[in-house]
Design a protein around this ligand. Structure first.
Ligand code: ISL
Ligand code: CA
Length: 536
């Protein structure tokens, strides 16, 4: 198998509005990111996945782009972007851009022209119908919006201000590839591709994901843009199975490096229910089953995994599956060890490396997220009560991931010099912050640092096969083995003691969040104990 830099990389996701505010307007920006590159270098990450920084009315925080080749004023300008690229590259850090090409903003010049002039070529860049069908938007309500001017409806699988692009249109496709090449020429490290599985949609047949032409488009895109370069490309694919993931990521298909699959994330809500109907606690046996499937069915050379607990759309993993009380640090390390030693490329979401948690939201006025607010509005109209709605949003809403990064115990966690930040700072910043983490040798940060380093150096992390081990329900244990070596990863995913049988001789301790000798002597895992050892 041909090895690429991203096989041994760890990627760090930055949500620009919330990372660091340099000019004191309460919103993160590019100069803020530049000022924190030394911190990221210390963590050791190989690349940053930068959520959208393009020009946008920010109806969905930049996932509604009005100009793909300009930077949003709130973040800075193209000079700042070039400076970020240069400064990051100097530190050996690549910048992976977010590619949002399922839809644009309704303020994009293409859509403005399409709307104004039904005879324009741009009209066909979007999807218009005389009558809506029953497709619904991910952000609540019908996926069709009536346009007065032309008397037709346009499709929006997300917000009304996010009209869907028509990928059947060849001219549109080539405009997108040209735009991608503009960024490639600037020296970026790759693309994270927003809802890429929707490109082949056929609205008239209610086909959203995995339409028949999807993979033709991706092959064409690969050929016309990134295929000639050694870039990381990762597609966001909510419904992917291992079979589907191989279609994208098998090198012989010449599409993408990897995809994000969300099967494990599905455990955050009740089966076949909307995400707001969240599940109580983590179903550990199901988690084991799902990771086992992905680790064994996406064979080396036939596909590649992405590994993540968090992103800007998800609740903080410690709040939903870990422990935010006395085992906060222990559980954060346990979850990190569990994930980062599997086969695939790990992604860290800003703040995860210091164990940030959900925000204690109490009312709609504290929220910004279009998905949460639209859901609340619809649920209220349907007669649901406010307390239940807020409860769901507090547990699973997207703003949990989006509150400002906590840099220190100073006011506004040192995220901004303004007392008015675009989302409130989590009140726990006085204890959970970067400055405190850096000072404490045993902090979560240093576990992440160690894992990132390990991924760069240890070849077995790429090559070794995966085998799930039979253990008690709440213990997740797996082997990684090559012909010559065997590694054992054991994690207690609970706040209870768990008995284990650890009999094989330990040759080397790779990483641990506990006193391993004590575990061996007692044959008991204490709450959230986790370790990796070489046994052969
Ligand atoms: O998080 C989600 C699952 O309930 C959805 O809100 C989310 O919209 C979906 O995961 C697709 O996400 C991506 O595209 C959206 C954008 O709002 C998300 O931030 C982005 O990650 C539309 O561009
Ligand atoms: Ca700012």
């Amino acid at each position: 198998m041909q090895k690429h830099w991203w096989h041994t990389a760890t990627i760090y996701q930055i949500y620009p509005k919330s990372f660091m505010d340099a000019n004191g307007d309460g919103i993160g920006d590019l100069q803020g990111i530049i000022s924190k590159l030394d911190y990221l270098e210390k963590l050791g990450i190989t690349a940053i996945w930068l959520s959208p920084v393009y020009q946008s009315p920010m109806d969905d925080n930049g996932y509604d782009i009005s100009d793909y080749q300009a930077i949003a004023d709130i973040f800075g300008d193209m000079c700042d972007m070039e400076e970020l690229l240069a400064q990051a590259n100097q530190r050996g850090i690549k910048i992976v851009m977010d590619l949002v090409v399922n839809h644009t903003s309704d303020e994009h010049a293409w859509f403005i022209e399409a709307r104004e002039n039904a005879a324009s070529p741009e009209r066909d860049y979007y999807i218009w119908r005389d009558q809506p069908n029953d497709l619904v938007s991910t952000f609540s309500g019908s996926a069709w919006e009536y346009d007065d001017k032309s008397g037709q409806y346009y499709l929006h699988l997300f917000g009304k201000k996010q009209p869907d692009l028509n990928w059947e249109n060849e001219e549109l496709r080539h405009n997108i590839y040209d735009m991608m090449n503009f960024w490639i020429d600037k020296g970026i490290g790759g693309f994270r591709m927003d809802v890429i599985d929707l490109l082949g949609k056929i609205p008239d047949q209610n086909i959203r994901e995995n339409g028949p032409k999807l993979h033709d488009y991706l092959k064409e895109m690969n050929q016309a843009s990134f295929g000639k370069h050694d870039l990381l490309t990762v597609g966001e694919t909510w419904g992917a199975t291992p079979e589907i993931a191989k279609q994208y990521s098998n090198p012989k298909h010449q599409e993408l490096s990897m995809v994000f699959q969300f099967e494990h994330i599905g455990l955050q809500h009740k089966p076949d229910r909307p995400k707001w109907d969240y599940a109580d606690g983590l179903d550990v046996p199901a988690l084991k089953r799902i990771f086992n499937k992905w680790q064994t069915q996406l064979e080396l050379g036939e596909g590649w995994n992405s590994l993540f607990w968090n992103n800007h759309d998800l609740p903080r993993v410690l709040s939903i599956w870990g422990d935010t009380g006395s085992y906060r640090e222990k559980s954060a390390k346990a979850l990190a060890i569990l994930l980062h030693l599997m086969r695939g490329t790990p992604y860290i979401y800003q703040g995860e490396e210091i164990g940030m948690t959900n925000y204690p939201f109490e009312g709609l006025e504290q929220l910004d997220d279009i998905e949460s607010l639209n859901y609340a509005k619809e649920a209220l109209e349907n007669g649901e009560n406010m307390a239940d709605i807020i409860d769901s949003i507090r547990v699973i809403g997207r703003d949990n991931a989006r509150t400002p990064m906590q840099w220190s115990a100073e006011p506004q966690a040192c995220f901004s010099s303004s007392s008015e930040t675009w989302l409130p700072v989590n009140p726990n910043y006085e204890s959970i912050n970067v400055a405190a983490a850096l000072e404490d040798k045993n902090s979560i940060f240093y576990t992440y640092q160690q894992l990132v380093k390990l991924r760069k150096e240890a070849e077995w992390l790429v090559d070794a096969d995966f085998e799930l081990m039979e253990t008690d329900e709440k213990v997740f244990a797996y082997k990684r083995y090559t012909e010559d070596e065997t590694y054992l990863v054991v994690v207690n995913l609970s706040d209870q003691d768990q008995a284990i049988k650890l009999t094989c001789p330990i040759k080397e301790i790779i990483i641990a969040n506990t006193d391993l000798q004590e575990v061996i002597n007692s044959q008991i895992l204490k709450p959230w104990d986790a370790f990796c050892v070489r046994v052969k």
